[in-house]
Design a protein around this ligand. Sequence first.
Ligand SMILES: NC(=O)c1ccc[n+]([C@@H]2O[C@H](COP(=O)([O-])OP(=O)(O)OC[C@H]3O[C@@H](n4cnc5c(N)ncnc54)[C@H](OP(=O)(O)O)[C@@H]3O)[C@@H](O)[C@H]2O)c1
Length: 330
Amino acid sequence: MRAYICNAFGPLDTHGPGALPAPQPADDEVIIDVAAAGVNYYDTLIVQGKYQIRPGFPFSPGGEFAGTIAALGAGVTGFQLGQRVLAFNSYGGYAERARARARQVFPLPDAVSFDQAAAALVAYATAWFALYDRGRLKAGETVLVLGAAGGVGLAAVQIARAAGCTVIAAASTADKLALCQQAGASIGINYREADLKEAVKAATAGRGADVVIDVVGGAFTEAAVRATAWRGRVLVIGFAAGDIPRVPANLLLLKGCELSGVFWDEFLRREPDACHAQVAAILAGIADGTLVPPIHGRYTIEQAGEALRVLAERRVTGKLLICPGAGSTF
Ligand SMILES: NC(=O)c1ccc[n+]([C@@H]2O[C@H](COP(=O)([O-])OP(=O)(O)OC[C@H]3O[C@@H](n4cnc5c(N)ncnc54)[C@H](OP(=O)(O)O)[C@@H]3O)[C@@H](O)[C@H]2O)c1
């Protein structure tokens, strides 16, 4: 089958398209004909050997994908051949066929397209888990989203807005901030130009944000903690800026605030029932139009390297997809 292949960890330009044997299901697995795979920031890391999971070679990146079931493992129940599904498997999705553990496969409602589903799973499920579960979000609160025009960021903007919250988006360009405002943010801060803490305080009459979505890390994390309101919740999701921050613990004491870790993959593995309920709520929100996954671009398997480069260079607003599409050998 056609696949985008990593034969050795290395820079993004050292990987490329090729052929891999089609996967066969283990007893607890489902094999999926991939219609669309979402491109995530960690795909750029996994092919460089910089992610916490280091697959054996050769492998394809691509942790979330939507399509139809092509084969079922002997022990799998509750799914059918040909069923429309959405799946998570850390890697393997930039290919015509991919495997996933059955407990990491989600039935897809007819009203949600493969593209919408593949663009949504990791971003929306992470943002939902962060805001509602770890962040205990309530209507009427103020939510600050860092990296707000990225995958997780835009999902957080939409979810928080739909929950009746005021959203402050922080991003690096005017175009990105305009997109965040279209997605529901009421206030935009260019955190390349403005002092983040001062800008948030000015936007909230000195009160600060109740909840912070932090996918960026670096120096912005401490600035965001300083920008929280009393009993604020700062949700640590990722470190797109590269540096893992250290936050002075006295700030947490003085503000009565929390710094909470968010690790969605582990939530899915450890608490699958709770995770499935959240994903079902997200798919229902997409089906009824409350949530609208922003698709920035579609690439073939052969163009997947370009998609990874565009993401790594911060040129994406929303989500990129890899669509095997034309030329399928199945
Ligand atoms: N913990 C979890 O469960 C979980 C789940 C999903 C993702 N993540 C992590 O969350 C982070 C964001 O994921 P995502 O899918 O939203 O990524 P994304 O779509 O690439 O968005 C990340 C945003 O970070 C900002 N950024 C700041 N410095 C950057 C840099 N040096 N390089 C690239 N982007 C930079 C960019 O916005 P500006 O240009 O506006 O600054 C970009 O829009 C990643 O670190 C990812 O691994 C964690």
